[in-house]
Design a protein around this ligand. Structure first.
Ligand code: ADP
Ligand code: ASP
Ligand code: MG
Length: 445
């Protein structure tokens, strides 16, 4: 069994949806397709949720009408068989009725999740019906029947696997199963999401749950690049990454993968292939346990970082002080990304600042606190990158970019720098230019 995940742009237009069909048919054996919503749809659904929250109910129906039209047009172009087209339009009507009813509920976290996951439900139904109209047998599966994820950081893949088995064995066998990315059921048995971009994570959770042979992530670029192509010119594809390298890059902001994508398949050694839906013949990036090349591979950036400096003349080196500080963050389930210490101060960073005020109030009793928001972590990644004789050039570059913190040696695969977000693009560009000059490129496309 293989997992094939197609992202928003891959299913964003009728032509791309036809490409997806061809890619699926070109591969033998059993497949589970994990599909996102059409490009832009989740953003519109988030807008509906925001309008509800703001009590601006008048504008909601216009957004819903536009979404309905977009999907009706897709059905019209994709499905030629009149009976299947009619059946699909009836299902679409029913779902839009449910969406309208949901917008009449009182807003809550769960209602947000119910609304934003409609995009995946609608698109998977259209795609399943499209295949059916082309005479391709397939089974549509409701992810809400098996994607039970109580702990977002550590999903119980065994449970998902058992539920998946239960759901599929009650249906006719098929070589093609189609399900929704992004959506899950949380620990309170309510509809929830794996966070924005979460369909990648659905694919690897499901891959680990059923011990898939491989997970393919189909997107709009030819693979993992050595730097963020949205901000930097002349980036290049990387043909191979290790699990550790890809996990660091995804966690530290490489948008091509949801931050948690790698962890479910790591223990099971299930490889991930990143491929381009628009040029399926090109080889993409393979992510696996193997390390074929050591040294610098790629740079990524993670925004929305808050730096906290904790200064205490009296207590820092006293036994038990660090534990007290960490306990405060732990009590609020807030992960720390970077940390540096001196004799009288600790600086650390967090990206989840939902409980910042409560955390600061508690820390205040131990030390003097300074907080700086709007920072970015720039992450330089590669197996044994810290042993790379060229990484000294990193420090040479830091002269004209103010760096707030450096983490070097925490892992041999990662060097992290904290900069003000307004210097992020300049830092990425400069590092690209200086570190990926020909003599330093450890691997090119
Ligand atoms: P999908 O909708 O298929 O999930 P995403 O937009 O989430 O696609 O991810 C693909 C995009 O990620 C690319 O178009 C590219 O702009 C962006 N991206 C950011 N960093 C990288 C990187 N290091 N390598 C490749 N793409 C990247
Ligand atoms: N459609 C969801 C989003 O836009 C999930 C995904 O695309 O992975 O965030
Ligand atoms: Mg994505």
């Amino acid at each position: 069994m293989r997992i094939l995940k197609f992202g928003g742009t891959s299913v964003g237009a009728v032509e791309s949806i036809r490409n997806v069909k061809n890619i699926v048919l070109s591969q033998p054996g059993e497949k589970i397709l994990v599909l996102s919503a059409m490009a832009g749809v989740t953003n519109e659904l988030v807008k509906i949720s925001d309008l509800m929250k703001a009590g601006n109910l008048g504008e909601i129906s216009k957004v819903i009408d536009d979404l309905r039209l977009k999907h009706e047009l897709a059905i019209n172009e994709l499905i030629q068989n009149n009976q299947i087209k009619q059946e699909t339009n009836l299902r679409l009507n029913k779902i839009f009725g449910e969406l309208e009813n949901t917008t009449k509920k009182t807003h809550s976290e769960t209602v947000y999740s119910e609304i934003v996951t409609f995009g995946e439900t609608i698109l998977t139904i259209i795609f399943s019906q499209f295949l059916k109209s082309e005479g391709i047998n397939n089974q549509w599966l409701d992810a809400k029947e098996f994607m039970y994820v109580s702990n977002l950081e550590n999903p119980d893949t065994r449970r998902v696997g058992e539920l998946f088995e239960e759901v599929t064995s009650a249906k006719d066998q098929s070589d093609i199963y189609i399900t929704q990315g992004f959506v899950c059921i949380n620990k309170n048995n309510q509809i929830s999401t794996l966070k924005r971009g979460g369909s990648d994570y659905t694919a690897t959770i499901l891959g680990a749950s059923i011990n898939a042979k491989e997970v393919q992530i189909w997107t709009d670029i030819d693979g993992f690049h050595n730097n963020d192509p949205r901000y930097v010119e002349n980036t290049h594809r990387i043909s191979e990454l290790s699990f550790e390298e890809a996990a660091e890059l995804a966690y530290f902001g490489a948008k091509i993968l949801h931050p948690q994508t790698i962890s479910p398949v790591m223990d099971k050694n299930i490889p991930i292939y990143l491929k381009n839906t628009f040029t399926p013949e090109s080889s993409g990036t393979r992510i696996s346990p193997e390390v074929r090349h050591k040294g610098l591979k790629a740079i990524s950036a993670k925004d929305g970082i808050t730096a906290i400096k904790i200064k205490s003349n009296r207590m820092l080196m006293a036994h038990g002080f660090l534990r007290k500080i960490f306990d405060v963050f732990d009590n609020y389930e807030t992960a720390i990304d970077m940390i540096t210490t001196s004799e009288i101060a600790i600086s650390l960073t967090i990206d989840d600042d939902r409980n910042l005020n409560e955390i600061l109030a508690e820390l205040d009793s131990y030390a003097e606190i300074t907080v700086e928001k709007n920072h970015s972590i720039i992450c330089v990644v590669g197996e044994s990158v810290i042993e790379d004789k060229h990484t000294y050039r990193l420090f040479e570059l830091l002269n004209d970019i103010p760096v707030r913190m450096i983490s070097y040696g925490g892992s041999s695969n990662n060097i992290s720098l904290l900069v003000d977000t307004e210097n992020k693009i300049a830092t990425l560009r400069k590092l690209n230019e200086k570190l990926f000059s020909t003599s330093l490129i450890s691997e090119t496309a």
